[in-house]
Design a binder for this molecule. Structure first.
Ligand code: C5P
Length: 356
């Protein structure tokens, strides 16, 4: 791996070989920023810092917009903690149509701005999307000169992997800007976090290792969900630590067999899937946020087929028989003032996708 600013001879070679069709003069270029392929240097329209006008300048896409889904774990089995500090997981990820969007635009330097429901989300290197841009730029041998704008709809610190989704979308967007093949992204995603690989794939998938080793699980039916958002977050690390404490005190062992779920999924009814929803982290989330037990009871009372804490929580996920039932359940929970907000969603849905 190269460090920031270091030259990548392979990339320079690729750039030199570009066909003449990619060449534009300043006056012909429609975008304001163009990349000098040999010097990795941006020139603004009207300036000529590399002395390259009309010869080496090429148009670059003005921006790339990626839509990326949230996830819920249909099965989450958590094994013992390993020497690297991570727990062995056997999980079934399921992508639902609650989306964040990442817009990546070539810029003089890396920056990150947020739109939508983004309370408490950092806009610097604390943000996984920022780290994704740095990691990918180092991999590509370019400077991470990109303006990231993230529009958030996935609940923050909600157990639906919103931060991981943003990082995955950033990898996809910047890979398009910096000519990185998509086949190289899963390994980089796994380096960033356990849940970053799945949003690249989407759909429904069995996850093993620490969650980053994926195998798609085919399913024919669409599942209808209601998600109840909480007015606080739960730290993933804290939920795992709480589970370790509970296990030391004699809590049930890990459910590392996801076969009941993977068997129910291919053509099972929502009722069949509801019967085998499972989350080893749920008792830990309930210990950290006891009010979630009321949320789960309210969902059951108003007709959900089953309710479960999503990942490490505190978002609760309710599986419904069909879209009508989901709309009715969301209305009933809203009327009772359960949680901060409800969202109706369905899955599976594809992973990170270019929408502009
Ligand atoms: O991988 P990621 O950064 O999303 O994980 C956040 C935290 O969750 C980790 O630092 C670790 O404490 C915990 N975790 C774990 N085992 C996993 C995944 C996450 O203990 N398989």
């Amino acid at each position: 791996m190269r460090i920031r600013g270091e030259r990548n001879p392979d990339r320079d070679e690729r750039s030199r070989e570009e066909p003449p069709a990619a060449t534009r003069t300043c006056r012909q270029a429609r975008s304001d920023l163009r990349l000098h392929p040999k010097r990795s240097q941006w020139c603004e329209r009207g300036s000529d810092p590399a002395g390259c006008h009309g010869r080496y300048s090429r148009r670059v896409p003005p921006s790339i917009r990626i839509r990326v889904p949230a996830k819920v774990n249909l099965h989450l089995g958590v094994g013992p903690v390993r020497a690297n500090g991570f727990h062995e997981l056997v999980t079934v990820f399921h992508a639902v149509d609650l989306f964040d969007e990442v817009l990546a635009t070539p810029a003089p330097a890396l920056s990150l701005t947020l739109r939508g429901s983004a309370d408490g989300v950092p806009t610097d290197s604390q943000n996984l999307a920022w780290r994704a841009a740095i990691l990918l730029a180092a991999h590509a041998g370019v400077s991470p000169d990109v303006a990231l704008e993230i529009t958030k709809a996935i609940p923050v610190a909600g157990g639906m992997a919103g931060g991981s989704a943003d990082a995955a979308a950033t990898l996809v967007a910047c890979a398009a800007l910096w000519d990185v093949p998509s086949s190289e992204l899963p390994a980089l995603a796994a380096e960033l976090g356990s849940d970053v690989t799945f949003p690249l794939l989407g759909g429904t998938a069995l996850g093993t290792g620490r969650g980053e080793i994926l195998r798609p699980v085919p399913m024919t039916q669409t599942l209808q969900w209601v998600f109840v958002l909480a007015d606080h977050g739960i730290s993933t690390a804290e939920a795992f630590r709480e589970l370790d404490r509970q296990r030391e005190a004699g809590a049930p062992p890990a459910a590392l067999d996801a076969a009941p779920m993977t068997a129910a999924l291919p053509d099972g009814s929502p009722h069949a899937v509801a019967a085998v929803l499972h989350n080893d982290l749920q008792p830990a989330a309930l210990a950290l946020a006891p009010a979630l037990a009321d949320t789960l009871r309210a969902g059951a009372k108003h007709g959900a087929l089953a309710g479960i804490v999503s990942g490490s929580g505190p978002t609760c996920a309710f599986l419904c028989a069909d879209a009508d039932d989901a709309a009715k359940l969301a209305a009933a929970l809203d009327a009772d003032g359960v949680g901060r907000a409800t969202r109706v969603a369905s899955g599976p849905t594809p992973g990170a996708t270019r929408v502009g």
